[in-house]
Design a binder for this molecule. Structure first.
Ligand code: SF4
Ligand code: SF4
Length: 190
């Protein structure tokens, strides 16, 4: 996934373990940026997965779903991972990758940047002292803002679904995510 600073082991030689190991959940902002930037249809890279947390519904009272990147069934790799040579791979949408990818493997803890525990990179792969922490912090805050917007869009979408007798399709949802009405971006306090 490769963040904003060099790691000790080197993402270049890792082969993209993170892009093969995780189910990558994305926000509405990530879908828009990726679809616009890479000129792709959301249906080419998003899949909906049932969640027991708050999520998008396609019909009133239906199961909640979260937005995730599609994976190649045989390998588990993200569909956007480009295999270059044996053991080498890189993100095919690097400039437009989701914030969770560009921020990996960091998180914000009490306002400070930390390295997540037990990530795919292996122990001691990252050293905070050698990383561009202001850039990580900026992007982690940007991700928090994107998640707040995501929740507003989700709630506005679900309100529409609940008011309709028609079951929506994933394509209906993707279209909505690409052009959320103003009400979805502004409404609903978190
Ligand atoms: S979008 Fe790129 S960085 Fe993110 S999981 Fe897919 S290949 Fe990896
Ligand atoms: S698993 Fe870690 S070292 Fe490997 S590509 Fe991902 S972030 Fe880089």
């Amino acid at each position: 996934m490769n963040g904003s600073g060099a790691n000790v082991a080197g993402c270049a030689d890792c082969g993209g373990k993170c892009c093969r190991s995780y189910v990558v959940g994305v926000t509405a902002r990530d879908v828009r940026v990726l679809a616009d930037g890479a000129a792709m249809d959301p249906g080419d890279f998003v899949r909906l997965i049932d969640t027991d947390k708050e999520g998008f519904r396609l019909r009133a009272g239906g199961p909640a779903k979260k937005l995730c990147l599609q994976r190649i069934p045989e390998t588990g790799a993200c569909v956007l991972l480009m295999e270059i040579a044996s053991g080498k791979a890189r993100c095919g949408v690097y400039a437009h990758r989701p914030l969770v990818c560009s921020n990996f493997p960091t998180s914000l803890e009490n306002g400070g940047v930390t390295i997540r525990k037990n990530m795919a990179c292996g122990p001691d792969s990252w050293n905070l002292a050698t990383m561009d922490l202001p850039a990580y912090r900026r992007d982690l805050i940007r991700d928090e803002e994107a998640r707040a917007e995501h929740r507003k869009i989700m709630r506005a979408w679900n309100k529409r679904v609940d008011a309709s007798s028609r079951e929506a399709t994933p394509e209906d949802l993707y279209e909505y995510l690409m052009n959320p009405p103003l009400e979805a971006e502004q409404g609903h306090k978190d």
